[in-house]
Write a protein that binds this ligand. Structure first.
Ligand SMILES: [Fe+2]
Length: 227
């Protein structure tokens, strides 16, 4: 299997490329528009055919490369059914399979960071978007975010996975690249709460500034943008 994690330093975003092997089909999760050429060169180098692109949610801190990648490769544009995106071609429900050749991802509706946040589980790993971060969780104070929903997405869905499951988030700001469910259960300070209300109290008092790109990125990602 080919598995590559790209990083956009401007927005600290991780983008993932998955394929069963050279010359085969490929899938990309959470592409950043400015990085499109890097993805295309990587695809060409390994003779991969990009067939599917997934955004875990409408991002507020960068512009998605989904529409541009579709323009260049004609790949399918996939998001969860709750997405307000006007450009997606496939909307997945909770617990739906997304396949490329022998590789299978399963969608999990994990609202809380936004009401359109999905995670994607693949055999031994989960792509958590901004729902579960390494030693953190995605903020819940805009885009219809809700800390109580996020508590349930975390404790009743994602953290129920086996503890050796790898966690691949959409961002990291401190140089981490991957974690596991077990490590997050043990170390993540946001998960040291005893109830949904306690989690909401914590999340409602973070007092974070809005992302710099928010007013540009959210509308651009709903409409879709090309280079
Ligand atoms: Fe986000």
């Amino acid at each position: 299997m080919i598995f590559n994690q790209f990083f956009d330093p401007a927005s600290s975003t991780f983008t993932y490329l998955i394929s069963s092997g050279e010359g085969r089909e490929a899938l990309i999760i959470d592409p950043v528009i400015e990085k499109t050429q890097e993805y295309i060169l990587y695809l060409k180098k390994l003779d991969l055919k990009l067939v599917k692109v997934i955004d875990t949610h409408i991002h507020a801190d960068h512009i998605s490369g989904m529409k541009e990648l579709n323009k260049q490769t004609n790949c399918a544009k996939i998001m969860g059914e709750k997405s307000p995106s006007e450009v997606v071609s496939v909307r997945v429900k909770d617990n739906e399979k997304i396949k490329i050749e022998s590789i299978e991802l399963i969608s999990m509706y994990t609202p809380g960071h936004t009401d359109c946040s999905y995670s994607f589980f693949m055999k031994d790993r989960i792509f958590t978007g901004d729902t579960l971060l390494i030693n953190g969780t995605g903020r819940t104070d805009f885009q219809n975010g809700d800390p109580i929903d996020q508590y349930h997405s975390l404790f009743n869905r994602i953290l129920k996975l086996p503890e050796e499951t790898f966690v691949y988030p959409a961002h990291d700001y401190k140089g981490n690249k991957v974690s596991t469910i077990g490590d997050e259960r043990k170390n993540n300070p946001r998960l040291k709460v005893n109830s949904p209300d306690q989690y909401a109290e914590l999340m409602n008092n973070l007092n974070l500034d809005n992302p710099k790109m928010m007013d540009i990125a959210v509308p651009a990602n709903i409409k879709g943008k090309i280079l």
